[in-house]
Ligand binder design. Structure first.
Ligand code: SAH
Ligand code: SF4
Ligand code: F3S
Length: 475
């Protein structure tokens, strides 16, 4: 399996891997050992497209040498390019989209008998979480609370490849979290393209109907007992997930600034399990650009929301996504982005050069495209601002004792372990003893770098709870 793109795709891949395992396959790291290769693709930016076609080109020789090898392409690029994939890469056996992840193994079986097949469906209400799963980490899990996106940001391809926004029934979500907790998972990340509008569709469905037992299955007790408005249920959901016994950390990604409501901030401030970390995509600091993007907020509004959140959660870590070189972005617009970024003091930012996606509104604005050289210069300036505030944020942790979840051995230094703080910062610390990944520990921060922290272990506070299966090797 090779996965490109966001956590949605990572999560879909866990499900595809789960299905393949049920089909008797085992995971392997090398293409040379594989009987089946699944590429789960992304098309958010042009280089994601190019990467896939490059990868498929590389696999052509392998397929010629071993005609029994099956190659499947799924995910957002498959949803977008459809038949185009097999036209450009006829050696692909199966193409499936984002709405029929559950069909991956059936389609591979079909292709073995009847030859190559492309199956893309437009819409479905199937959530990946209904499928079997193979997760790499045992202590942390993603839970999809919503699929699709109802917004129409001018640059973004996601709504056209992931469909309309559909929320998963409340009680089903809580049921999944309970099961995960029983399996030893202690950290939950709620996933959606626009997580904080969770439930909007569900409550609209219930408007004007009699409240019943089924309503509370759909939208949860709190909403049913409340004033029955169409208010988002996201904050209720945060509280309910945190209440599940065994869950110690709750995260979510990504919320949309325009839908960030005071109730969500209240829940973050009041519920101890909800981590003090907010990933709030800014995209641009210029009101003109934000308006052209159809983001639905101004820079001041964004700053107000951040200030309000920080008043209630003084320790809040803040990360963001920013696009540089959106069509028509002037020097003055870009300066505003730098100003807002410096004022807000992001702890981390994912920065992207605007990439035109055919079919989106902004891709039509060819006359206003920003030359690549200018975008590259702007990117460099933005990077420096972000790195400065990020380092400052990290330095502010020196001397603090932080709770971390141990993730395992450090990649660079086998004497060191790495852990993740509640703020989602990575900490490296030396450890004489062996500590199982998924355990909780207290670490004193001694040093700050731009992208991570260094600390010393104080104590292990909770051992990992999940059971590790010892694989049965048949002779
Ligand atoms: N639903 C999420 C974001 C999904 S895409 C949200 O609204 O926050 C992740 C990020 O990719 C976006 O926040 C944006 O910064 C970036 N992105 C999306 N389309 C892009 C494009 N055409 N060019 C460059 N960056 C893009
Ligand atoms: Fe794309 Fe905007 Fe939807 Fe995010 S909210 S997925 S950026 S359209
Ligand atoms: Fe990419 Fe699809 Fe995610 S386009 S960013 S994998 S929703």
């Amino acid at each position: 399996m090779r996965t490109y793109g966001c956590q949605m795709n990572e999560h879909d891949s866990e499900r595809i891997a789960g299905l393949l395992e049920m089909d008797g396959l085992e995971q392997t790291e090398s293409f040379d050992d594989a009987d089946v290769i699944v590429l789960n693709t992304c098309c958010i930016r042009e280089n994601a497209d190019n990467k896939l076609y490059g990868q498929l080109g590389n696999l052509k020789k392998l397929k010629e040498e071993r005609p029994d090898l099956q190659i499947a392409v799924g995910g957002c690029l498959a949803q977008k390019d459809r038949d185009g994939i097999r036209e450009r890469a006829p050696h692909v056996d199966v193409v499936f989209g984002t709405h029929n992840v559950g069909r991956a193994t059936d389609l591979l079986g079909h292709a073995r008998v009847s030859g190559p097949i492309t199956e893309i469906i437009e819409e479905s209400e199937s959530f990946p979480s209904a499928l079997p799963v193979k997760r790499d980490a045992h202590h942390a899990a993603w839970v999809t609370i919503q699929i699709g996106c109802d917004n129409s940001c001018a640059f973004c391809i996601v709504p056209s490849v992931r469909g309309k926004e559909i929320s998963r029934p409340y009680s089903e979500l809580i049921g999944e979290v309970e099961q995960l907790a029983m399996a030893g998972v202690t950290e939950i990340t709620l996933l959606g393209q626009n997580v904080n509008s969770y439930g909007r569709d569900l409550t609209l469905k219930l408007r004007g109907t009699q409240v019943s037992a089924e309503s509370s299955e759909l939208v949860g007790e709190a909403w049913v007992r409340g004033p029955h408005t169409a208010r988002p249920l996201f904050s209720d959901l945060l509280c309910s997930v945190a209440e599940v016994s065994g869950i110690r950390r709750v995260r979510y990604t990504s919320p949309h600034p325009k839908d960030l409501r005071p109730e969500t901030i209240d829940a973050m401030a009041q519920v101890p399990e909800v981590c003090e970390h907010l990933h709030l995509p800014l995209q641009s600091g210029s009101d003109d650009v934000l308006s052209a993007m159809h983001r639905g907020y101004t820079a001041d509004r964004y700053i107000e929301k951040v200030d309000a959140a920080r008043r209630q959660i003084p320790d809040l870590a803040l990360s963001t996504d920013i696009i540089v070189g959106f069509p028509g972005e002037t020097d003055v617009d870009f300066e505003r982005t730098l100003e807002v970024a410096a004022e807000v003091r992001f702890d981390n930012a994912y920065t992207f050069v605007y990439s035109p996606r055919p079919g989106t509104e902004a891709a039509e604005l060819v006359q206003r495209f920003v030359p690549a050289k200018i975008s590259a210069e702007r990117m460099e300036r933005l990077r420096r601002v972000i790195e400065r505030t990020s380092l400052k944020g990290n330095e502010s942790r020196i001397g603090h004792d932080e709770e971390v979840i141990v993730e395992g051995q450090s990649k660079r230094d086998s004497e060191m372990l790495t852990g993740r703080t509640r703020h989602n910062r990575l900490v490296h610390f030396p450890a004489q003893e062996k500590i199982r990944p998924g355990s909780y520990a207290q670490v004193r921060v001694t040093e700050a770098r731009t992208f991570n922290l260094v600390g010393e272990l104080l104590e292990v506070t909770a051992a990992a709870k999940h059971r590790t299966r010892i694989p049965v090797v048949s002779s």
